[in-house]
Design a protein around this ligand. Structure first.
Ligand SMILES: [Zn+2]
Ligand SMILES: [Zn+2]
Length: 252
């Protein structure tokens, strides 16, 4: 299985529009972050996790040619705004795209993308075959297990795909979800910034503690703010926790 980080930035992206946040470019491409999204490739499936505002650019940059399965973590705009840019993949696929998410995200999609669904369906819009992921499902060569987490403002789903666990936009990871993550070879976890605490996101020191508690061999942090300078923060992390960066690909 191959995981490619399509984006690793927090909700405003990095750098932030208007010069808000860190204003001085470091010259390090790892400090430029599209909104958080990932591409998982297995022998049988091409899986997209979240379609943020840069989804089209991300597909071009990564060379994505097909999408077999969509996993959506939650309905915040930085995770779904690019849904329309699935259209070319839909035209090539010619059948509905299976998509798994929360009940609340499905409700939000039906409102915000009303033209994709009857009775407002616009010809040419993406056909999603929507499912609530309440329990583990096997699709092709993947077992996909829901990892419910608490964003404090909204329910969010992480996903365990075989030996990979992917959790973004969490503040609290419930005990039962931690047990589902345990045993993963790789954990992707949101790590917004070093400090201070944030009301809806895990900070980097909190993420390191979780990775240690769950004894995950390798953890990659995503959903990173503009105040995190890759080189500086990387130097403070233990070897088993790394900041992810856009276009990083790993084999699991
Ligand atoms: Zn987000
Ligand atoms: Zn969010």
């Amino acid at each position: 299985m191959k995981l490619t980080f399509l984006g690793t930035g927090t909700s405003m992206g990095v750098p932030v529009a208007g010069g808000f946040g860190r204003e001085v470019p470091t010259g390090d491409s790892r400090d430029d972050r599209y909104r958080t999204s990932a591409w998982v490739q297995t022998d049988e499936l091409s899986i997209i996790i979240d379609t943020g505002p840069e989804f089209r650019l991300q597909t071009l940059r990564a060379g994505i040619r097909s999408v077999d399965l969509l996993l959506l973590t939650h309905e915040h705009t930085d995770h779904i705004a690019g849904l329309d840019d699935l259209r070319p993949f839909h035209y090539m696929r010619r059948k509905p795209l299976p998509a798994y998410t929360t009940q609340s995200c499905i409700r939000a999609l039906r409102t915000r993308f009303h033209y994709m669904f009857p009775p407002h369906k616009t010809p040419g819009s993406v056909d999603l075959d929507l499912h609530v992921l309440n329990h583990a499902v096997t699709i092709g060569d993947c077992t996909i297990t829901p990892l419910p987490v608490d964003h404090t403002v909204m329910d969010v789903l992480g996903f365990r795909i075989n030996d990979l666990s992917y959790v973004t936009d969490a503040k609290i990871i419930p005990k039962e979800t931690r047990e589902r993550i345990r045993g993963s070879k790789v954990l992707v976890l949101n790590g917004l910034r070093w400090d201070p605490d944030h009301p809806t996101h895990i900070t980097i020191p909190e993420a390191v503690k979780i990775a240690e508690e769950l004894e995950i061999p390798q953890t990659y942090l995503v959903h990173i703010s503009s105040y995190v300078i890759h080189k500086e923060v990387s130097a403070k992390l233990p070897a088993h926790v790394q900041l992810a960066y856009d276009q990083l690909s790993i084999e699991i």
